[in-house]
Structure formats: C-alpha cells, structure tokens
Design a protein around this ligand. Structure first.
Ligand SMILES: [Mg+2]
Length: 243
C-alpha cells in the first residue's frame, strides 16, 4: 500500500498498533480473574471479561475527555467490576487494580511487524514518532517491556501534550516535535476516530491499520488508505504521489 502524498514523517499509534494492548489486557485479565477465583465457570468468566472491557471503554474514555483523572477512572472501574467487595477506601481500590496491572504488564507483547515497520519507515528517510493517548511513563514502560524502546523512537503521550487524540492540538504538537508540517506527516493507527478521522481533520495523511479486516465499504467508504499489516506500508516515493 503506497501512502498517498509526499510525507517526511510518520506517527505510529501505540496501543493495538505497535503493542498488542487488547491481547495483553485479555490474557492478563483472565489470569487475574483465575487468581481471584472468578474463572471456574466458563460462561461466568466470559461475562466478567465482557463487563471489564465495557467498563474500560466507558470510564477510560471519560478520563481521555478530562472528566475524571486517570487514577479516578481506575477506581470507578474496579469498584463497579467488583461490587461485592468493600473498595470504598482509595488505597484498597488502587491495590486491587494493581493486581490486574501486574498480570496485564507481564502480558505486554509487541506485534511481530512493529519493529520492522519502524525500521522500514526510517530506511525510507522518514522521521518516526509514536503518538499515543495515555500516561507518558506507562507508555514508555510498555516500550521497554516489549523491546521496542531499543529503537529510540520518541513517544508523544497525551499526558504531556496540550490534548488527546482526536483533538488537532495533539497531532500538531507531535509534528512540531518532529519538525514537520502536518501536511507532510502520516498518522498510522487502529482507531478510526483517533488515528484516521482526527488526523485528517488536523491536516495529516492517515492510514487505518485494520488488522482484523473490519473494513466495511458501506460504513467506511471514506477511509482512503488502509493496511491489514504494518509491513504492508510502503513509503517508497512514486511519481504518482498526488493527493
Ligand atoms: Mg490504538
């Protein structure tokens, strides 16, 4: 897949683009639930997993919108997830959530094509950065744990930016740090909202990473550039590059 337009830089999303966040969360969650004695009944286990991710979707998004803090969204989630537990005390709630985090972190893995995609972009002469919604320290430790930190790619995490994706200020801050105009930068990621539509509104090129083949022409007809794997990205300049 040749990227449309002349680009000098690329910003990769992190979670579910370079690092398998969802897979780690699911593997970690199942191991943690097993330790809590909540995995004995297979049907019940699946309900717990579904409930966990529904709570994550609702409350993590609230923290991204600035309605609650990152710590508060964890407390709200763990109290809602374990309603029979007395987690009114903040320290107790934090400690309980930390139990999940231990399993989650030990399950972090980079996708097999992540390092190769970063090296290919650099080999094509592009500046490379990571633009991610999340806490700077957590996202950097994710890179260290998965080995991607060795590549020395700068991480622009929303906790240190003026705003989160899909606010245009997040993309513009990352482009400024890389020293490129937004119109010369491509954003690559798995989220249509954060990595495609938001990036295009901010003036960047956007590539949707559709690892699961969720593309539906009727719904996503306006997604111009889409790849199934990061190694399908082709940064080779072509004469036909016109927007
Ligand atoms: Mg993502």
């Amino acid at each position: 897949m040749v990227i449309p337009g002349p680009v000098e830089a690329v910003l990769f999303d992190l979670d579910d683009t370079l690092v398998d966040h969802r897979g780690a969360a699911e593997r970690g969650l199942r191991a943690w639930l097993s330790g809590l004695g909540l995995a004995d009944d297979p049907a019940g286990l699946e309900q717990h997993v579904d409930r966990w991710f529904a709570l994550e979707a609702r409350h993590y998004e609230r923290s991204q919108r600035g309605e609650i803090t990152h710590t508060e969204q964890r407390r709200v989630r763990i109290r809602a997830f374990l309603p029979g537990w007395d987690l009114a005390d903040d320290t107790l709630a934090d400690d309980t959530f930390a139990g999940f985090l231990d399993y989650y972190r030990s399950a972090w893995r980079a996708f097999a094509d992540a390092a190769e995609a970063i090296r290919a972009a650099r080999a094509a002469g592009l500046a490379v950065g990571i633009l991610t919604n999340g806490e700077q320290g957590i996202q950097e430790s994710k890179l260290r744990r998965t080995g991607l930190a060795e590549l020395g790619v700068p991480v622009f995490a929303s906790s240190e930016l003026p705003a989160s994706k899909p606010d245009r200020r997040s993309y513009h801050a990352a482009c400024a740090s890389l020293g490129v105009e937004p119109s010369r930068c491509a954003m690559v990621g798995d989220s249509l909202t954060n990595d495609v539509y938001g990036a295009e509104r901010a003036g960047l090129h956007a590539v949707w990473l559709d690892r699961h083949g969720w593309h539906d022409p009727a719904r996503h007809g306006n997604v111009r550039t889409r790849v199934r794997r990061l190694v399908d990205l082709d940064w080779t300049p072509t004469r036909s590059r016109r927007i």
